[in-house]
Design a protein around this ligand. Structure first.
Ligand code: GMT
Length: 374
């Protein structure tokens, strides 16, 4: 099939999932047009049938904001008309589902029918579109989508309730490449650069947005050190609260034990050297970073919010009540006590979400919504 995949390029799960999906589909012989405002973080060139299209909305002295939504819609129209794109698969409702709807209307007038699949990633429907200006527009775009999918059952249910879409959202969970994210990538020298023998290494990766509550992870780590556990903390990623976290580390005099490595595309070598992957998010529709850590054989400690209980089995990690640092400490110790068992179960659990199992679910859906040959 000829598919346009639309996503955000920035450090965030939705862009990563969309880019990995585009790459995997192109390897299976589909023609995939990846559309975004910039080259996405995990985009790699030289794949057969994969094309990248950058949308650059025009500037004009009258505009305070460039009209990205309209420019994206126009690009989708062009892709359908000149490249024969038969399906728009948009990741993140705002504004991608709205632009796809607009493109669909333009194409309808020209006699072309292009179905839309909107994949929700969480903050798009649960947080951002609760804004009263955005809500009715997003609601229309969701209702007009040929199929809406969500990355977890929890997100599907919450979206259906908030938008009056009972039974309309299909769950297709996120996936992981279990060869890229694999215990086989362990490098003892890299581990030695971050933790001395006998020390535990806690790892976290995110975009440091407020929803990730990274300061709570530092608090948890400080408590661990306080009770005498020899440990280090590796923080991967970048974002709005990183400076705040660096300041917190200095104030807690933890500088020698906490490493900030910034945002990088290939996180697997850093995830795999960890003993425990930690999240403290206020909300998480799925927790792709947690899945990638488990695929590396690293157990996860995370709050029981959103889709995390669906992703982290009780053998692969431990959940704690949101915002409860003492409970997080307690379960972290429990995992550290039985690390080999948790490690093995983490990898096993991640295999439930391997690319080879999840990708066909999207392909089946594409077939289902496909408009018969033009
Ligand atoms: O978490 C973010 O800030 C980024 C966000 C996104 O849309 O890029 O991630 C969401 O989508 C990921 C991929 O489906 C999920 O793994 C994350 O759990 C989800 N984030 C939240 O729900 C906060």
């Amino acid at each position: 099939m000829r598919i346009a995949v639309v996503c955000y390029p920035t450090l965030g799960g939705s862009g990563i999932v969309a880019t990995e999906l585009a790459k995997a589909l192109s390897c299976k012989g589909h023609s995939v047009h990846l559309v975004s405002s910039e080259v996405p973080l995990r985009y790699s060139v030289c794949l057969p049938n994969l094309y990248f299209h950058q949308v650059i909305p025009p500037e004009y002295p009258l505009f305070r904001y460039r009209p990205y939504e309209s420019a994206l819609a126009g690009r989708l129209v062009q892709l359908a008309e000149s490249e024969g794109v038969e399906l728009f698969h948009v990741h993140y409702a705002i504004p991608h589902a709205v632009s796809a709807y607009l493109a669909q209307q333009v194409l309808k007038e020209r006699g072309l029918r292009v179905p839309i699949i909107t994949t929700l990633h969480g903050t798009d429907t649960v947080v951002v579109s609760q804004d009263p200006d955005l809500y009715p527009v997003v609601r229309l775009a969701l209702r007009a989508s040929t199929q809406v999918t969500a990355v977890s059952q929890a997100l599907a249910e919450e979206t259906e309730a908030r938008f009056g879409l009972a039974g309309a959202v299909e769950v297709i969970p996120n996936f992981v490449d279990t060869e890229v994210f694999s215990p086989a990538r362990y490098d003892a020298n890299l581990r030695a650069a971050y933790a001395a023998p006998g020390e535990y290494l806690l790892v976290h990766a995110s975009n440091f947005r407020p929803v990730k509550q990274v300061p709570q992870i530092i608090q948890l780590f400080a408590r661990l050190v306080e009770i005498g556990v020899p440990a280090r903390l590796l923080l991967i990623g970048d974002g709005p609260e990183k400076v705040l976290c660096e300041q917190q580390v200095r104030e807690l005099r933890l500088g020698a034990r906490v490493h900030f490595v910034g945002g990088i595309a290939d996180v697997a070598p850093l995830l795999v050297i960890g003993d425990v992957f930690v999240l403290a998010s206020a909300y998480e529709s799925f927790g792709l970073a947690a899945l990638e850590a488990m695929a590396c054989g690293v157990p996860v400690v995370a709050p029981a919010v959103g889709g995390l209980p669906e992703v982290i089995s009780s053998e692969a990690g431990q959940l704690f009540p949101k915002d409860d640092i003492e409970a997080a400490l307690h379960v972290t110790l429990r995992v550290l006590e039985k690390l080999p068992r948790y490690r093995q179960a983490a990898r096993q659990n991640a295999l439930r979400f391997r690319k080879e199992l999840i990708l066909p679910q999207y392909e089946v859906l594409y077939q289902k919504v496909q408009v018969p040959a033009r």
